[in-house]
Design a protein around this ligand. Structure first.
Ligand code: DGJ
Length: 348
């Protein structure tokens, strides 16, 4: 009896150790605190009340939107507890469920309304609906209530004839996206627009559930990286300068990243080179940008690049590539590969 108990305890301890990662290992299977691979692709992080909430696409059942938007929580960025399916696919309009698309969900908190606001890219399997979706919740882990889908900006950029995405009628397409909460209380959505060649930066309404109205080009929104076909926008700010890391547009296949900088969030933005160095730099180490997070407890100027290593033939097994980087005095930065690294705050 005693021996059996001891063996059971040893097994339990061994499995707990196996489940508790000591390091971030980019590209390796990353399990949650219950031992299951984390399903939070195209994701983003909200830091609220000392807790990190990681939202993303749950692709357990493969391509399309067969599950919904997941939410995990952590205090150390290493150990992630599965909290909920924060926005189940059945909470979204039918056309976006199952074979439909719900990608790149992001959440920010609105201190005025005390609501957690989620934006996402919604689509049909042919990527022709290309619209924003918005949902809100009183609680970071949900349940989120779906509000609406729409195309935020109408703008005549010279639509193609026979445009299958009907931009002249419905407004510019909305695909890869991110949210950015500025330190003046305003928030913005960055998204691939105009069928993807150009990124839009659009200021949100005071409650963050829509855009500032009326939209005025150059004042409340702007076209940036015009004609450069960038995706996966991951904006952040340091020392009064705005940054955005982007990828190229090659479907699920990785490509070189680049970044851009601006003194004003609505531009002008100056495109910089690929920040990645060393072997793998041409594929962003086999990943596509999804988010940049200020590193916890580190000196200012240290950030974490978060990317997705999509496995196009088995999207459920797609991995995460998280890498630390530091902004130099001149405002530049490089991203280098690490087999493993520790996100623990630096002792001061
Ligand atoms: C690239 C985007 O970044 C992904 O989110 C996804 O939409 C794929 N394209 C689909 O091919």
């Amino acid at each position: 009896m005693k021996a059996a108990l001891a063996a059971g305890t040893a097994l339990l301890v061994a499995s707990l150790i196996a489940q508790t990662p000591a390091h971030i290992r980019p590209g390796e299977v990353w399990v949650d605190t219950s031992g299951k691979p984390i399903q939070a692709h195209g994701g983003g992080i909200l830091l609220h009340g000392g807790v990190y909430y990681w939202y993303g696409e749950d692709k357990t059942l493969g391509n399309g939107n067969r599950t919904g938007v997941s939410c995990y929580s952590s205090r150390d960025l290493l150990n992630w507890k599965r909290e909920s399916l924060a926005l189940p696919k059945d909470a979204m309009p039918e056309e976006f469920r199952d074979n439909g698309i719900c990608e790149r969900p992001k959440v920010i908190y609105n201190p005025e309304t005390k609501k957690y606001v989620m934006w996402m890219h919604l689509d049909d399997r042919g990527y022709a609906i290309a619209s924003a979706g918005v949902a809100v919740s009183d609680n970071p882990i949900g349940p989120f209530q779906f509000l609406r889908s729409f195309r935020p900006i109408q703008y005549d950029f010279g639509f193609a004839e026979n445009d299958r995405t009907r931009q002249a009628e419905l407004g510019s397409t909305f695909r890869d996206m991110n949210l950015f909460a500025d330190d003046d209380g305003r928030a913005y959505v960055f998204y691939a627009a105009e069928g993807n060649p150009t990124i839009y930066v659009v200021r949100l309404s005071a409650d963050f559930t829509g855009i500032e109205a009326p939209p005025v080009e150059g004042k409340t929104w702007e076209r940036i990286l015009v004609g450069q076909s960038r995706e996966g926008p991951a904006p952040f700010k340091y020392n009064g300068t705005y940054y955005v890391i982007t990828s190229g547009t090659t479907g699920w296949d990785p490509n070189p990243a680049s970044y851009a900088v601006a003194a004003n969030i609505l531009g002008p933005w100056t495109r910089k080179a690929n920040p990645c160095v060393g072997e793998g730099r041409e594929t962003t180490f086999g990943s596509q940008s999804t988010f940049v997070l200020p590193a916890p407890g580190k000196p200012a100027g240290e950030f974490i690049y978060m990317g997705d290593r999509w496995l196009r033939n088995n999207l459920a097994d797609s991995r995460y590539v998280w890498l630390p980087f530091r902004i130099e005095q001149d405002g530049s930065f490089i991203i280098a590969w690490r087999d493993q690294w520790d996100p623990a705050p630096t002792a001061r």
